[in-house]
Design a protein around this ligand. Sequence first.
Ligand SMILES: Nc1nc2c(ncn2[C@@H]2O[C@H](COP(=O)(O)O)[C@@H](O)[C@H]2O)c(=O)[nH]1
Ligand SMILES: [Mg+2]
Length: 465
Amino acid sequence: MKNIDAVGFDMDYTLAQYKPETFESLAYEGTVEKLVTSLGYPREVMKLSFDWTYMVRGLVLDKKRGNVLKMDRHKYVKVAYHGFRLMSKNEKVSTYGNGFIRDAFDGPDYAHIDTLFSLAEGYLFAQLVDYKDANPGKLSESKDYARIYTDVRAAVDMCHRDGTLKRMVAKDPQKYINEDNSIVPMLKMLKTSGHAVFLVTNSLWDYTNVVMNYVFGERVIDGSSSLSLDWLQHFDFIITGSAKPGFFHDENRANLFMVEPDSGKLINTDNGTPLAQGGNVGHLHKLLKVGSSSQVLYVGDHIYGDILRSKKILGWRTMLVVPELEKEVQVLASSRDTRKKLNLLRSERDQIEDQTHHLKWSLEHDDLDAGEKQKITSKLDLLEAQRARVRAAHQESQRIFHQKFHPVWGQLMKAGYQNSRFAHQVERFACLYTSQVGNLGLYSPAKYYRPGEDFMPHESDTLSQ
Ligand SMILES: Nc1nc2c(ncn2[C@@H]2O[C@H](COP(=O)(O)O)[C@@H](O)[C@H]2O)c(=O)[nH]1
Ligand SMILES: [Mg+2]
């Protein structure tokens, strides 16, 4: 942090941690209503209900096929559901494992659940896929799976734009946003230590003002009547309506407005102004007066919107907020014995397979008499039975272990033994990651965050001996 001159924050799901159980339920209900009232879906769809715990970040929606996928860092599909039906191994392999060209899963046929804002969207998509399959003819013919996805996306988008969500949050922020008393001390510490502190959010000024009032301790907010501007003192610069990730491109020509905080009026400007709406990163860089982009640390929750471009294009230092990490770490810590057992079973299976292969080779290629052949065949039968036992025990323990994290999708950061696609993105694009933004305040603002050591397989093997 010594080399960092400016620390910036995203607002939604970073400084303001929404409660997915209420916020995403609101998004879900608003979306269903729009599908029925504006997009021609049958009223029956209103009877569907939402399980906010089902979807997780890192999943990929296959829009055309109506599937939900979890993949590893090499983009191998490890778990696949059609709607809510688990696809068999054969079905999965024939859909995603054949062919000569590997799918990159990043074209227009796929959508990524890479923000907690997308949990309701993914869930509703899977529900409507099942609904279409179970009710042939009830949806109009044009509504294939891909069209269903487009409709759900459009309805979610409307909810964010037309006030369906924001009006409700403004009325009762405590219902939708977690209280977090660690934020103010953390921001004060950063400022006192000489860092410039800034906010860049895609939310517009009026909503930002409501949410930040709640985050900064004005716990009783009724509409906009009692909003205070005291929270502004914690930031040197504030940019609302930033339209990230486009904001991170200097050539982005979005208009820059000065915000008049009391009235919320937007005034045209082409100058850097401490409280602005719109513009691009060029305006911000002028204000920050940093010598190089690596002196900026930006903290956000969205791997694409906040982290990827700011790091890849600008070279900012980045910190990703991953609230799911809390449970992930808890389960890992309480499963040490299980993990040891899994590793033992895995190496036992490897050893049995190695022995089996040697014996089979010998049987086929060595010059053996009948007695020797018989001995090897009996040994092979024993090994085969042993392997089946170890394999079954391993699979069952692995299944139980993964279900401790999430009953359907398992560990967020792993897909089998490999890092998950999500974990891979975190590793590549986030310099730091943590479960809550307030954790930044647990360390000195002068702390040097050293990277963990990289391990090649041959190195970790020698360490564990
Ligand atoms: N128009 C849409 N707005 C969306 C959607 N998903 C989220 N949002 C809004 O973006 C900001 C996020 O702010 P940030 O502080 O995290 O930069 C917030 O206002 C959301 O309501 C969407 O699908 N469409
Ligand atoms: Mg955000």
